[in-house]
Design a protein around this ligand. Structure first.
Ligand SMILES: [Zn+2]
Length: 385
């Protein structure tokens, strides 16, 4: 199908944006491949830096012009089917950033990396764009032109003299207008909520009428961001309630971003922490269950199934490591440590010290050779936040 490139956006004759989304996704895949070259689950830049490579480089390449193409002609979001490939590419990038296994639920990876599902990001971008351009001259001129075309094409045919004029045709509803209205609605709702909260706070203070605490009003963009974050939160909660797992990633307060827990960790430590928080990792019982050939589910100690609970609390071969952990943290309850900024590194180091996951063996050997300060990616340190 022939397409026309206008200001970096591919137009196809039916305005389905299929060609554009395809091209953009391919660019995103290329960006992902560059990301993959500098990062693996056990070496490469920190979570913060590789995450930045995604949000500042790869994602903008993919979502360029999305305020135009990610919106259907009713102002709603583009269909999920159309952006499936793009979502897959984002998921691949996030797995690289966090060192996640393929079978880790994507909701958990998004949560740990603090990167929202791509469809919500697209909607947020489009709505923010509409809020910004609402009063722009160009926008208004386009609206006026659209209205004129609409009036001309929907005007009733001329009537014979003397007859009363018929009513006008249906009202014009442009995508842009619908999006503007949506942005306005989100902002009004946010403002109302803030006023309610303020009133409630004053009410709690009883008769002593204190000067109302100034609540910092969010910007329009902040309100829109917050709105889509709420949608994300709801989605994540649904997943969490279905997960039925003890994994830490499904617990904790939504407002407390787990991403900060990974701050300052070396790549393999961050991966170890991620595996512990999501509880999806290559222990033998799991590998055997997912069908990896030539893997027996038993632990070296003789236990029938090498599972997380076994290595966390029971495996006799790992008692030295547990004692060491207890002497450093005053506890052997690793699950409890996984939400504690001061203890997550110890928990991660513990998993590494058990040597139950082969994927870390090279990283640990490198460490034993005292190359901890060695960095192949010095240049990345200069990337601004
Ligand atoms: Zn064992």
């Amino acid at each position: 199908m022939p397409s026309l490139r206008v200001l970096g956006v591919w137009l196809d004759p039916t305005l389905s944006w299929k060609d554009h989304i395809l091209t953009a996704t391919q660019k995103g895949i290329k960006a992902f491949e560059s990301l993959a070259r500098v990062t693996s689950s056990v070496w490469g830049p920190s979570v913060r830096k590789s995450r930045l490579l995604y949000t500042a480089v790869a994602r903008p390449i993919m979502t360029y012009g999305s305020q135009i193409w990610a919106v259907n002609d009713k102002g709603g979001p583009v269909s999920q089917a159309r952006i499936n490939a793009m979502a897959t590419t984002q998921n691949k990038c996030l797995r690289k950033i966090m060192g996640a296994y393929k079978r880790t639920p994507i909701a958990a990876i998004e949560r740990e990396s603090a990167i929202p599902p791509i469809d919500l990001h697209l909607q947020s971008q489009a709505t923010q764009r509409a809020a910004t351009t609402e009063h722009h001259k160009v926008t208004q001129e386009i609206e006026t032109a659209l209205q004129q075309i609409w009036d001309a094409t929907t005007a009733p045919p001329r009537r014979a003299r003397g007859r009363p004029r018929r009513e006008r045709g249906p009202k014009l509803e442009s995508t842009m207008r619908t999006l503007h209205n949506q942005a306005i609605k989100i902002n009004n709702e946010a403002r109302q909520r803030q006023m309610d909260e303020r009133a409630e706070a004053n009410g709690r203070n009883g008769r002593r009428l204190r000067r109302p605490r100034t609540i910092q009003s969010r910007s329009k963009h902040g309100n829109i961001d917050a709105h889509f974050a709420t949608v994300w939160k709801k989605r994540w909660k649904d997943h969490a309630s279905k997960a039925g797992s003890r994994a830490m990633t499904w617990k904790g307060d939504w407002e407390q971003q787990p991403l900060s827990l990974y701050e300052g960790l070396l790549k393999h430590e961050a991966t170890a922490l991620f595996l512990l928080r999501t509880e999806v990792m290559g222990l033998r019982a799991w590998l055997a269950r997912v069908g990896v050939p030539d893997i027996h589910p038993a632990c070296d100690c003789g236990a029938l199934r090498q599972m997380l609970d076994h290595i966390l609390a029971f495996c006799p071969d790992l008692s030295t490591q547990r004692v060491e952990l207890a002497s450093k943290t005053g506890s052997t309850d690793i699950r409890k440590m996984l939400g504690d900024k001061n203890k997550v590194r110890h928990a991660a180091r513990w998993l590494l010290s058990t040597k139950v996951l082969n994927q870390f063996s090279v990283a640990m050997e490198v460490e034993e050779e005292e190359m901890e300060d060695w960095s192949a990616f010095q240049a990345l340190q200069d990337v601004p936040e």
